[in-house]
Design a protein around this ligand. Structure first.
Ligand SMILES: Nc1ncnc2c1ncn2[C@@H]1O[C@H](COP(=O)(O)OP(=O)(O)OP(=O)(O)O)[C@@H](O)[C@H]1O
Length: 263
């Protein structure tokens, strides 16, 4: 279903989204707009709803209330096959847990993503591994790779379809500093190429690489910080100014930040 209200430059819009488990509001009336090409970090304490939000954005889960509009289309109106197409063609996912197939090499793991597109092109898969600095590990099994290398294979796999939106849940969670740099440099390159990047992270250094950081607490959006003034101006021209308070330290208790809804 087309949503006339959304500008084509807002690639993702969540409108009063809640996810409710019994008494618990894992997400509580959350409204969020993400312009195309924005690099956004989501921070918040454990249990604040970050993974729930990512799963809903990735169309792996559905909200109890509210709507999710991806590229101008309300995803609640899509059939399962159309949702699968969105997951396949629009979104690249990098999870904290690797989900690599253990009996396949790094190269073959990357090629599994191509398989779903009915295109198997070894040179393209090798190129994705080259982008994450792993060309020389292409024929290793996951058990022969370090944690950091396995995470980079997952990123290569997510990049294979050139997704418009890259969703990464703790993409540097298991990485040492050198690997973290490789991943962040890659995100910078993808951002420059126009990919929308949404990263959940506990790491304030990783979070601060994004143009914009938002903070969740008990499923609510409670704070926002801009690290790129030009991006903020663009956002405000597109969406309007935000009524959210800022936060200085992403690890700070969200109780200390102003609460409110985004729009
Ligand atoms: N399937 C479920 N059934 C019941 N409660 C759930 C379910 N999934 C998540 N929750 C609850 O929703 C809340 C938000 O969980 P979520 O995993 O989104 O938090 P998070 O911010 O990602 O946490 P962490 O940083 O620890 O990964 C938590 O209180 C969690 O226990």
């Amino acid at each position: 279903m087309e949503n006339e209200k959304q500008s084509s430059d807002v690639v993702l819009h969540l409108d009063h989204v809640s996810k409710i488990y019994g008494e618990l509001h894992a997400l509580d009336d959350l409204t969020l707009s993400v312009p195309r090409g924005q690099w956004l970090s989501i921070v918040g304490s454990s249990g604040s709803g970050k993974t729930t939000l990512m799963n809903i954005i990735a169309c792996l889960d559905t909200p109890s209330r509210g709507s999710v509009v991806l590229r101008g289309v309300d995803v609640s109106g899509l059939r399962e096959r159309e949702l699968a197409d969105v997951r396949k063609n629009v979104i690249g996912l990098v999870f904290q847990k690797f989900y690599l197939v253990q009996h396949l090499t790094a190269l073959e793991n990357v090629m599994t993503a191509q398989y779903y597109h009915s295109v198997v092109d070894e040179s393209q898969a090798l190129d994705a591994l080259r982008q994450v600095g792993l060309e020389d590990r292409a024929h290793h099994l996951p058990s022969q790779l370090s944690g950091g290398e396995q995470q980079r294979v997952c990123i290569a796999r997510a990049l294979i379809n050139c997704p418009e939106i890259l969703l990464a849940d703790e993409p540097t969670g298991n990485l040492d500093e050198a690997n973290e740099h490789i991943v962040l440099d890659l995100f910078k390159r993808l951002h420059e190429q126009g990919t929308t990047i949404i990263v959940v992270t506990h790491d304030s250094t990783v979070a601060s690489q994004a143009q914009r950081e938002i903070m969740l607490n008990h499923g609510k959006l409670v704070g926002e910080q801009w690290n790129d003034e030009a991006a903020r101006e663009e956002y405000e021209a597109l969406v309007g100014s935000s009524s959210l308070g800022t936060f200085d330290d992403p690890t700070k208790s969200a109780k200390d930040t102003l609460s409110g809804s985004e729009e």
